[in-house]
Design a binder for this molecule. Structure first.
Ligand code: NAD
Ligand code: UDP
Length: 319
């Protein structure tokens, strides 16, 4: 294959599928590697036929807990379930994916001299005691809780990336991704955006965990993809927060969805899960300075596109 070849691990997942399409549309050769735990080829929608018949796109079914040899110039390493429901389903597997899987992907990058970008997470900050969170904050993470397989797994993944950079001179990038949403999230994903929107569309009560005062800052997926592309093409090797810095409580999120669906929604309070972070907002100063990154899609616009997507998937009208 002529041209640049880009490997995307976790390429059939929510973020991975958007990234694969963006890279393909830029003219790259794309290898989409996935074990299909939470990913699906349906995420490529009507483009699937075009991809499967293209010489520039390859689907590889593989679990990165096992090593693999491939040729690529760049690697976006996204493979890992991101929803608490999915990563807690088999926590030992989640740790293996983050630690052994990342070790294998780094070994591959070293062998083939590829640049590697790790999809890390705001979860490395745990339940933060500093607000908003900037990259120099070391976090407040419970090492033995139900979220630890993911949080600590990603922290070790970052450590591995930095040690391979220092020890072997690997060309690496670390993106600390904050809550991202948009089309291709699974209906049964369990994360707040898909839960609330699907509940609203099905006229079911909205399940608020705890008092609903906890906050998150939601980034529409196209803004995140732009940030990932800019980071990969930069020469900056320290971690960079990527997301949207508009912060809102879960109760405010319900109100924003009410505006999009055009009706009041019934709320059902449920227990707050263990170690659920109470506040989260990215400090984007570094991304703005180094990458000239600026999230563009407003919450209202992003929600309306996501409601549109789920109403198509569920086959129900929004109001
Ligand atoms: P997702 O669950 O939709 O995608 C993850 C993909 O990785 C899936 O296709 C899954 O099948 C695949 N996968 C999981 N384990 C694997 C393994 N052992 N081998 C090969 N493939 C495997 O999640 P997402 O939201 O698209 O997240 C993608 C990445 O971004 C993850 O690394 C996640 O930690 C990170 N991230 C996401 C968010 C977010 O809000 N979506 C926030 C922070 C970080
Ligand atoms: N949440 C909620 N109802 C749901 C799902 C999640 O109130 O049906 C809350 C959850 O407790 C958390 C926030 O929404 O405070 C974001 O949860 P999500 O699982 O989307 O992401 P994370 O906690 O990993 O940021």
């Amino acid at each position: 294959m002529a041209g640049r070849t880009v490997l995307v691990t976790g390429g059939a997942g929510f973020i991975g599928s958007h990234l694969c399409l963006r890279l393909f549309d830029e003219g790259n050769n794309v290898i989409c590697l996935d074990n299909y735990f939470t990913g699906r080829n349906d995420n490529f929608g009507e483009r699937y036929g075009e991809l499967i018949s293209s010489k520039r796109f390859e689907f590889v079914r593989h679990d990165i807990v096992e090593s693999i040899v491939l040729e690529a110039d760049q690697i976006y390493h996204l493979a890992c379930p991101a929803s608490p429901v999915h990563y807690q389903y088999n926590p030992v597997k989640t740790i293996k994916t983050n630690v052994i899987g990342t070790y294998h992907v780094l070994g591959l990058a070293k062998r083939i001299k590829a640049r590697l970008l790790l999809a890390s997470t705001s979860e490395v900050y745990g339940n933060p005691q500093v607000h908003p969170q900037s990259e120099d904050y070391w976090g407040n993470v419970n090492p033995i809780g139900v979220r630890s397989c993911y949080d600590e797994g990603k922290r070790v993944a970052e450590t591995l990336v930095c040690d391979y950079r220092r020890q072997d001179g690997l060309d690496t990038r670390i993106a600390r991704i904050f809550n991202t949403y948009g089309p291709n999230m699974s209906v049964d994903d369990g994360r707040v955006m898909s839960n609330f929107i699907c509940q609203a569309l099905r006229s079911e009560p909205i399940t608020i965990y705890g008092d609903g005062e906890q906050t998150r800052s939601f980034c529409y997926v196209s803004d995140l993809i732009e940030g990932l592309r800019r980071l990969m093409d930069s020469d900056f090797m320290e971690p960079v927060n990527l997301g949207n810095d508009r912060e809102l409580s879960m109760l405010e999120l319900v109100q924003a969805i009410e505006k999009v669906v055009g009706r009041r929604l019934e709320i059902k309070k449920m227990p707050l899960p263990q170690d659920d972070p109470s506040r989260r907002r990215p400090d984007l100063a570094r991304a703005r300075k180094i990458l000239n990154y600026e999230p563009k899609v407003t919450l209202e616009e992003g929600l309306s596109r996501t409601v549109e997507y789920f109403s198509r998937v569920l086959g129900v009208k929004k109001s």
